[in-house]
Design a protein around this ligand. Sequence first.
Ligand SMILES: [Zn+2]
Length: 306
Amino acid sequence: MKLLLFGLYLSASMQAFGWGFWAHRYINQQAISTLPAPLIRFYKLNRHGVISKAVLPDQRRYAVPEEGCRHYIDMEAYQHVVPLYFHEAKAMFSEDTLLVHGMLPWNIQFFYSQLIKAFENKDAKNIIKISAEIGHYIADAHVPLHTTRNYNGQLTGQLGIHALWETRLPELFYTRYFLYTGPAKRIDTIASFARSIVLSSHALCPRVLECDLMVKRKLPENRWYEYQAKGTSMMRMYSYEYARHYHVLLNGMVEQQMKLSILAVGSIWYSAWLEAGKPALPETQAENIEEENHPNTHSTHEHSCH
Ligand SMILES: [Zn+2]
């Protein structure tokens, strides 16, 4: 039997994969319900695509090296200053720095402009695909550990905290969450919106780390982990007891960030549609969307993020 160390020893290239696959799909699914008529009709019709394609950006990371930098931003590397626009960031920091330390807020802007174009063209397939993918990046931006160099607690002896916070906790406890957000809102400036998300998420990092240290101090080490069978493998993960303690100390943080993600995703879709002039959308389902047609899968650095 193979022994897998679930989320405990992520390499740098695997870092920051975002909420678990389940949570990414769930956030997109819930975001549909925030939309007003007639937009909600189109998204409900294409519900399957919006939900299933929520995980494409993470799946693409295995094949497209430049994909990784779109999912996170190491705020420390930017001295906690986030230029509003990509060209400003490129002027202040080298492009190599951006590729290493992340482009998440500017990537959201890029996808947003692509989504507006897709709406303007009434291109149902791309509307669904880009909506699903921007939903992914927006959700990633709400994960505090996507905004720090210490993304997996590797700098503070807290290895494994990334998967614990963003995958294990929501999967264990989401049934207790109240995720009603109210209707999607119009976003005035996407650049400010994307920046404010990563700043707010980053502000939560000290608590994310401190609460974990509190559990480590409280619980004997022999109760930190448990093994679960997965196919023919055994996976080591933080124990239910550990997760429960951590979740209580976080005092609703994961629920709050999921909720904010849902509202932000719905608001992004809604605002792109407004920006495009509220086009009437096809009444038929957009099927068989082809991945390779997507405008954001170029392999050069210049085109990979902008
Ligand atoms: Zn991601």
